[in-house]
Each structure stands twice: as C-alpha cells, then as structure tokens.
Ligand binder design. Sequence first.
Ligand code: MG
Length: 259
Amino acid sequence: MIELRTPREIEEMRPAGRFVAEVLTAVRAAAAPGVNLLELDEVAHKLIRDRGAESCYIDYHPSFGAMPFGKVICTSVNDAVLHGLPYDYALQDGDLLSIDFAASVNGWVSDSAQSFVVGNPLPGRAETDARLIRTTEVALDAGIAAAVAGNKIGDISAAIAEVALAEGYAINTDFGGHGVGRTMHGDPHVPNNGRKGRGFPLKPGLVIAIEPWFLETTDEIWTDPDGWTLRSADGSRGAHSEHTIAITADGPLVLTARV
Ligand code: MG
C-alpha cells in the first residue's frame, strides 16, 4: 500500500533525516586506513544510543536475509556494493567504501547512503573510482529532480538510468529505491531503470528513498557466505548513493541532505 503523508507529518520526519545525515557524516569522518569496520558500526551505534534513536537494521530479518542483521550500518567494501555486513576488517588506503544507514527518530524512518575512497586512491584507480562514485551521485540528483508531482515513478527510474547508461554502466533492477515511513521499506518500489511516464503517479506527500547503485563492469551480483553482503559477480567495484526525499507541492524535499 502506498501512503501519502500530510505536510505536518513531513515536518515530523525531518529530525530522522537530519540524524541519518549526521551519522553518515560522522562515520565517513571516522573511516581511515587502519580503522575497523566494527569500529565504524560502533560510531553509529553510540550516536543511536546517545540520541534515543532506533536502528532499522539490527533486528532486520527479511526473507532474503539468512539471520537478523545484528549491526546498525551497512559497510560495503570494494566489490561489495549493498547490504555489507560489518566484520573484523581494517580499512586500507584506496578501499572504496559504501555506507548505508537507516534509523527511526520519533517513529519516522530515514534512509541514506554514500560511497567514498578511504585515504589515498589506489595508483591507477583514482579516476575509475571517482567516475563510478560520481555517476551514482549525478544519477541520484537526476532522480531527485524528476521526483515532482505530476511525474510518475518511471520518470525517476528513467532519469537515473540515462545517467548510468551514458557512462557505460549496466543497471541491476533487483534492488532499488522504496517507500519510507514508519518502517524502512514500503511501496512503491523505485527501480534504477524504467520507462518515462509509467508507474505510480507522484503526488505531494509521497516519501521515498532513491538509491542508484552501479558496478564498474557488470550488473550481476552474488550473496557473500555471510548471508547479507552483495558482491559483484566479476569482482569489479561498486558504488551507491541514496537520499530519502518527500515530494511536496514546492518540489522534492531532501530529508537526508548532508550539511
Ligand atoms: Mg539505505
């Protein structure tokens, strides 16, 4: 079921968006060569405890997950791109890290992700990594720009795909954006490829996560033996950018904007 929020409810959703943005910024600031993924999870967990927020991940146990997630952030490194389960791994110079975080504040959820290179880029990889990351960011901006009342979900999907395809990246539509509200995942699904003018009509009050993610040289993924982490089929690197946005009469409002 697709739910529309009142302007007042969208106002109530702002603290969750601000908190999620703040945590992503704090985790990124802590990510450096030698820092363990479990330490990054703890940075986020401490902020959750300090602020009385609620993790959307720790007890998350959907049909595709082998067991409850047990951590509060997703850390996907290099060939991992989505749902990366933090484990005992010390980051190295040049790792491409994607962090995904969702939390609930005052009963409303926000969800956001970003990718970046840890420390110094690997020799010979600086440009390819930067282009992959930038393409997810530009595609996210294009998707947000299309998220206006009167358009359809397919307009968001087509805007994302146009950016990716122009850069030569293939698109996997198994995982994409989604409705956000009292829980992390709701209707509608927002695929990263689609046809303009198709799908659910966008109306003021619709709150969705838009989340382009691309792999360098494939659109196939496989699930790591940890039961969660999704990796590229060919070992190439992945990147991911996500914001939670509200469609309003005045245009898209980015609830998880980082300041
Ligand atoms: Mg997310």
